[in-house]
Design a protein around this ligand. Sequence first.
Ligand code: SF4
Length: 332
Amino acid sequence: MKKGRIFSGIQPTGVIHLGNYVGAIQQWVKLMHDYDCIYCIVDYHAMTLEYEVQTLRDNIREAAITLLACGLDPEHCTLFVQSRVPEHTELTWIFNCLSPIGDLERMTQFKEKSQQHREDINMGLLGYPVLQAADILIYKAGFVPVGEDQVQHVELTRRIARRFNNRFGETFPEPQEVLTPTSRIMGTDGKTKMSKSLNNYIGILESPEAIWEKLRTSVTDERRIRRTDPGDPGVCNLFTMHKVFSSPEDIARINRECRTAEIGCVECKKILFNNMMAHLEPIQQKARQLRDNPDAVLSALDEGAGRCKKMAEQVMQEVRAKTGIRQTVPTV
Ligand code: SF4
């Protein structure tokens, strides 16, 4: 018996990096056995920033391959591409009409993105969390696994659900966030969140050479200027990665020897690299197999879209009836 329904999405940005993997995908894989999990490649969301058409197509396919390679199993969860279920955007319009602009302008992500993309602050960027609310509520999902930076968007989803229910009658649940229990992996600069746009990421399907080069040049505890300087693993992003990929023995040793400068950062990074690659190599191998078998990927996505389409149509029928749209003209 599953505990409830979960919805979560990932943007097809072209690379799934360690931040996505540790912050979301690892947890998605665990949750699929206990919950009715719907996982979505959110291509509508990817349109909020300028993009190349062919690149978006390729990125959607790569995202699906990577997610399946990471362990999402279509037998135990639903994986689909958002635009295969256009009811997401229909519900978004209705939610737009219930969303004060001030609420959207206060979203931290909107403020950050509009700073980063001053030349293209479009409506999609502002309405991004409304589309997220529609993504979640069109399946009446009760739980949303998120990192702390997305809690604000789940709160907004609850407010939208409440407004809809107050105005049109009880329809949507108020979903709860399921917080990712692991520490947040920062970028290779050690300071900002790992992200493709900041070019501080390590892609989980990158070659071992590329991964080593990125680890080798990653920022550590900046007080370790000389090999003999003691450091503090508590402030080092590489140690956070050890906590994900290394054995308890390696973690204990590094925690001890970094503080006394018995271990240098290069040696510490080599241990991390070996442990990380032992973890990533099977994923990379599965991704290669899936690339050679595109029909398996398409069939998983088709099946997922079929299931979601049925659920979304049903909810939209209820929403249309309650909001007074698309009703047939009564005959006299
Ligand atoms: Fe970070 Fe390891 Fe260097 Fe310590 S030894 S500062 S944990 S990279």
